[in-house]
Design a protein around this ligand. Sequence first.
Ligand SMILES: Nc1nc2c(ncn2[C@@H]2O[C@H](COP(=O)(O)OP(=O)(O)OP(=O)(O)O)[C@@H](O)[C@H]2O)c(=O)[nH]1
Ligand SMILES: [Mg+2]
Length: 459
Amino acid sequence: MSTYLSLSDDPIAAVATPFGEGAIGVIRTSGDGCIELCSALFSRPDQLRAAEGHTVLHGYLQDPASGQRYDEVLATVFRAPRSYTGQESLEFSCHGSPAGLQAIMGLLLQHGFRSAEPGEFTLRAFLNGKLDLTRAEAVQELVTAKTRTAHSLALARLSGGIFQRIDAVKQRLVQAMAAVSIQLDYPEDEIGEVPLPRSDIDFARQELRGLQSTYRSGRLYQEGVRIALAGRTNAGKSSLFNLLVREDRSIVSDQHGTTRDYIETMVSIEGIPVRLFDTAGLRDTDESVEFEGIRRSGMIIESAALVLYLIDAVEGLQPEDLSRLEQIRDSGVPCIQVWNKLDTADADLPDKLPSDAVAISARTGAGLDALHHAVLASVGQGEGISDGAVVIDSQRQHDLLLRALQGLDQVASDVDAGEPMDILALDLQEVLGALGEITGEVTSADVLDAMFSGFCVGK
Ligand SMILES: Nc1nc2c(ncn2[C@@H]2O[C@H](COP(=O)(O)OP(=O)(O)OP(=O)(O)O)[C@@H](O)[C@H]2O)c(=O)[nH]1
Ligand SMILES: [Mg+2]
């Protein structure tokens, strides 16, 4: 049975920092009686018991029976309701050794705590009214953000950016609902006709449509895209790869067929998280290992969201390039021609290129800005994102926004067709219901279960 059906307040604990060595490792606890339970394991039990919220105590974690010390720690105390979960909570900042943290977890589990489920701290915060659902989703998005832009977008959501936009729409629709309800409750001859404020419906449609249209870029910045470098041997793919990742990762040499297997890494291009692939140079070969490398590269190219096809500008377009480019076009993957070795090519090369091609030098870095912009224009359809913009990233929110928008279309056509007020009231209610689900006022246990189980433990 789901753990998430209702708010529980039993004491839970989890390591909240990633597994691995670090200066500090944090163990988070929350729930009824957790400060008392921790005090029994602390070298200064009375001080910890009496500590006010938002204070920090230095001491040792130790086994109450044997007195064996586990670690020297700082204990941060939170008294309900002024904590992340809204419950009484305590966090131990320990030394960041995985073995040490595991031992402390063992101690806590033997003394009244159970291991927290993934996302259980945030679920408790949500059920306690500390966060609405859009903010709860932003918590996980913030933790998993791969670039600074993605991080700043998630932060705007965590600060309530989506909640405020939805809430403003809801207020207006509640007013509209009130106008409808009055006419349902009182006969027309008593109050006269109260017109349904059409401007409220239009405002709601515009706002929700605006939010819904940000979904594409929201996904882009959170999920990222796969970009493959392709081209004949020696075109400079590995040189460009190294330039983009700012690291000497891939072997560069003037021998044809240097890269045999594909290499991949994460890199940020204009704030978009990009999984970048350097691939084996495309050429006809009888050599079985190289042949296999080229076959695998073909698969990478076909599954990419964008191919940067490198052409050696000194040699110019060769028949093999034309057939490869045609192959890529046929597979439906967008492709940008990148003419490389601008530094040694004829000075008038840029004038001779097709308008959608970019000229660069992987050796000097010339043209890199233009390449970045071309990538953004292709995968982001030119949508740059300003810091702090409100952008949705959750499929759940997107689907509910669509439902609300369909409902609003229905309301608008009800008004135009002069439908009776009770029909209007029902359709408005449907819109308000969808908006309520976005922020989590009305949410089924299944939705919560699915959402929070995707969180990390300790969040
Ligand atoms: N002058 C000049 N030489 C370059 C440039 N980019 C790459 N080269 C040279 O071209 C040769 C091939 O570069 P790589 O980056 O290894 O080419 P590749 O496309 O990865 O080649 P394969 O792995 O064999 O498919 C090397 O000698 C590079 O130094 C450039 O912008 N200008
Ligand atoms: Mg290479």
